[in-house]
Design a protein around this ligand. Structure first.
Ligand code: FES
Ligand SMILES: [Fe+2]
Length: 449
């Protein structure tokens, strides 16, 4: 019996309507090229929000530390004896020397290279040369590192440069509810690349705030995700964050008249002990079958968090944009972070991070005795182990095929932002998250929150 394509399609389409569209801000090229706008963003946005300073597994032992550069600021994060992490401005309070110059390390104390002031891991000054020669009083124990709010949550280290900031969980709002469904603490960072890229940080943020570009920019993903906006859910939160739920394990039905199978779907079925032959010409049924099978086998394979997740999360992509600079995309077994942060001096450049965190291999029945089963990274299958940062010179090495496509478009867009012919963006309804993002930047800058 032949399948009625139209009827079948109607059965599985369930996207949310795009009702939010409020053009508070005209998105002009100047927002991406102006030095003065960049300075405003640094003072009023980046210095006020919760930022991810690192992955907490990076500094497991007391005395381990990392630094994170953001614009012209540098933050030092140090693991404490009680297992918490403290964050400090990475500057010596004596005369302003940069205190720590490494990306990471381990040390019981930090000694400034200029006059030798020494701080312990809690940021307290424990030694100053000629401590009696200070008319204002001995600085030891008094002139300490400047500590800022810092919290470990979801495997990430979060800090905020604003001492009077709202608590992290208030900042995250609705997003936390979703994060808590996953098993972030059980993950390892298996992919970690960083690169200085030739465009303003917001160009790539815009890209991650819409899926309108998928058919043209990433034609390879339509075998696996239904990019049709009518079948996709978008949620815009009043915190400035947003969420896109895109159906996965479902080939794009946008312009297709068939439900033919493909290699990626077959691979997933085999991984979960299902027979691809049962789905010949019925690719649209794979998603639901996989949800049922993962529900059945998940706990046996060590994925207890599946119990907390709705069916959709077992197959779909849950793509969060955390205001201002971070995208975190979850599937059932992995979590990808991509973000851009401002360059210290040039609005035409930014720093791009691409991480992937993975749970143990999906086809491992016994992860305890087989811990190096391969897991997916954005480029290929890799061992399940924490990796070090790899700095990529942009253009000389891949940052994954999908990311390369996005980065290429943002690079070309930065050229266009300087054009006298660009009068400002003209957005579709499904690009409303781009508008929301810019509205929130201005709300932060002009104190309209
Ligand atoms: S600037 Fe650090 S000890 Fe003087
Ligand atoms: Fe993209």
């Amino acid at each position: 019996m032949s399948i009625d394509l139209k009827k079948e399609r109607e059965k599985i389409v369930s996207g949310s309507a795009n009702v939010f569209y409020d053009e508070e801000v005209k998105i002009t090229g100047e927002r991406y090229t102006s030095h003065s706008f960049m300075e405003k963003e640094m003072d009023k946005v980046w210095a006020k929000v919760w930022n991810i300073g690192g992955w907490s597994n990076e500094i497991p032992e007391s005395g381990d530390y990392i630094t994170h550069e953001i614009g012209r600021e540098s933050i030092l994060m140090v693991r404490q004896e009680d297992n918490s992490i403290k964050a400090f401005h990475n500057v010596c309070p004596h005369r302003g020397n940069r205190l720590v110059h490494d990306d990471n390390g381990s040390s019981p104390s930090f000694t400034c290279t200029y006059h030798g002031w020494k701080f312990n891991n809690e940021g307290i000054l424990v030694y100053a040369q000629d401590e009696d020669d200070f008319p204002q009083g001995n600085p030891c124990g008094k002139i300490n590192l400047t500590e800022i709010p810092c919290k470990i949550y979801g495997g990430f280290i979060w800090y905020n440069m604003d001492e009077n900031c709202t608590p992290l969980f208030d900042f995250l709002g609705e997003v936390k509810k979703y994060f808590d469904m996953h098993d972030l603490n059980g993950m390892k960072r298996v992919y970690y690349k960083v690169s200085e890229v030739p465009f303003n940080w917001k160009a790539l943020r815009d890209n991650f705030n819409e899926s309108y570009h998928l058919p043209m920019t990433h034609p390879q993903i339509i075998d696996y995700f239904d990019d049709d906006y009518k079948n996709t859910d978008f949620e815009l939160f009043n915190t400035g964050h947003n969420l896109m739920k895109m159906k996965g394990c479902l080939p794009s039905l946008r312009d297709k008249g068939t439900f033919e199978m493909n290699e990626k779907l077959e691979g997933d079925l085999l991984n979960w002990n299902l027979n691809p032959k049962d789905f010949d010409g019925k690719a649209h049924l794979v998603r639901e079958a996989l949800q049922k099978q993962k529900r059945k086998l998940g706990s046996k394979r060590g994925f207890d968090h599946f119990e907390r997740m709705p069916d959709a999360w077992l197959t779909d992509a849950f793509h969060f944009n955390i205001f201002p600079g971070t995208s975190i995309t979850f599937t059932a077994e992995v979590c990808t972070l991509q973000r851009t942060e401002p360059h210290p001096t040039d609005p035409n450049k930014s720093i791009y991070d691409h991480w992937q965190m993975a749970l143990r291999a999906t086809d491992s029945e016994n992860p305890e005795t087989n811990p190096t089963m391969l897991v997916a990274s954005p480029e290929d299958m890799v061992e399940w182990k924490e990796v070090d940062k790899h700095v990529v010179i942009f253009g000389e090495e891949t940052l994954s095929d999908v990311a390369d496509q996005d980065l290429d478009r943002s690079s070309a867009q930065q050229l266009g932002f300087h054009s006298r012919g660009f009068k400002g963006a003209y957005l579709s309804g499904q690009e409303n998250r781009v508008q929301q993002f810019h509205n929130f930047i201005d709300r932060y800058i002009y104190d309209k929150l």
